[in-house]
Design a protein around this ligand. Structure first.
Ligand SMILES: [Zn+2]
Length: 343
């Protein structure tokens, strides 16, 4: 068994963007109750989150934006057409970012093998100075910046398997060669970024990997994309820390998405993440992003956690790319000046 930490807190459930909003408190309620009923609570190490400091938030966000979000403390405010606060949202967002940072500290420091921040609000759409797409602060970008700037981690790889492209995360590290950002996402779709040609800024080409997908991709397509593109990149890049923006809106039953993943499929993706982090002794920190089929999302999170614990060892050898063959070839061609995909 590995030592896997989870960040949980009742405050995350108090962030309420309003009735009928898909990013509902029920998402985490269901996940937390799965931890009880599945017996996982006995196997996991509970990590109590702390509130991030304003300077930690400003590792990624502008001070004016931080103050704008802070001004929503105790009130309901619309930050963006999709993104609203309730009185507890600012504090929940500060605790979410702080909890994720805490996990990074513990995993990098060796107290934990890996960890999953079961937090909300999510983060990957949040820009430097703008709330977007249900996201207030960009938790995963803050983690990467904290790791490189404050912990001296030399290379961080972020894999974003959420249905949507993580525009905020990509923009945070567009010009950086020490933080590699790779995303699979339905395209064209919200938020509109993440075209094949989005490969990073001048001097950082190849350190952004955009894998835009047609609808209909399922377990075998995702597993094949990860093994054909992300594994060779990771083995060349040798990240010292792997971060995962884990959205579960690629489930076949998700009300916002057009993909066909099953809960078991995410266990395979997690096993592949651990392979990609092998040069980093498996140091992986996962942050919850989207996912709107509340019941099946909890089942998918269970699969991921069991793989992180080494309680479940799914077969990752299936190599049938199915409908993903053409996008795999296109991404390999687009990135061929930077990475070697021949094996
Ligand atoms: Zn999403």
């Amino acid at each position: 068994m590995r030592k896997t930490g989870v960040v949980t807190d009742p405050l995350f459930i108090k962030h309420d963007p309003g009735p009928y909003h898909p990013e509902s408190p029920e998402r985490l309620k269901e996940i937390y109750s799965m931890l009880d009923t599945s017996g996982l609570n006995d196997l996991l190490t509970k990590v109590k989150p702390r509130t991030a400091s304003s300077s930690e938030i400003c590792l990624v966000h502008s001070e004016d934006y931080y103050k704008f979000v802070e001004s929503s403390d105790g009130t309901s405010l619309s930050l963006d057409p999709d993104t609203s606060t309730s009185p507890d949202s600012f504090q929940a967002a500060m605790l979410a970012a702080g909890g994720a940072i805490e996990l990074v500290d513990m995993v990098v420091g060796g107290e934990l093998d890996n960890g999953f921040a079961l937090i909300r609000p999510p983060g990957h759409h949040a820009e430097r100075a703008q709330a977007r797409g249900f996201c207030l602060f960009n938790n995963i970008a803050i983690c990467a910046q904290h790791a490189t700037e404050e912990l001296g981690v030399k290379r961080v790889m972020i894999v974003d398997w959420d249905l949507h492209h993580g525009n905020g995360t990509m923009h945070s590290f567009w010009d950086r060669s020490d933080v590699l950002y790779a995303s699979t996402h339905q395209y064209p779709y919200y938020p509109g970024t993440g075209a094949l040609q989005d490969i990073g800024g001048k001097g950082a080409e190849g350190y952004t990997i955009s894998i835009p997908l047609d609808t209909g991709m399922g377990d075998k397509e995702y597993a094949s994309i990860f093994s054909s593109i992300l594994l060779p990149v990771a083995s060349a890049f040798e990240p010292e820390l792997l971060l995962v923006s884990a959205g579960f809106d690629t489930l076949s039953s998700d009300p916002l998405g057009g993909m066909r993943m099953s809960p078991e499929g995410y266990g395979v993706l997690m096993a592949q993440m651990l392979q990609m982090a092998s040069a980093a002794s498996g140091k992986v920190v996962v942050c919850l992003e989207g996912g709107y089929d509340v019941r099946r999302q909890a089942l998918a999170v269970e699969q991921v956690l069991r793989v992180m614990l080494d309680d479940l060892k799914p077969d990752t050898t299936s190599e049938d790319p199915g409908a993903a063959q053409s996008i795999i070839s296109a991404v390999q061609k687009q990135q061929s000046s930077f990475w070697n995909f021949d094996s």
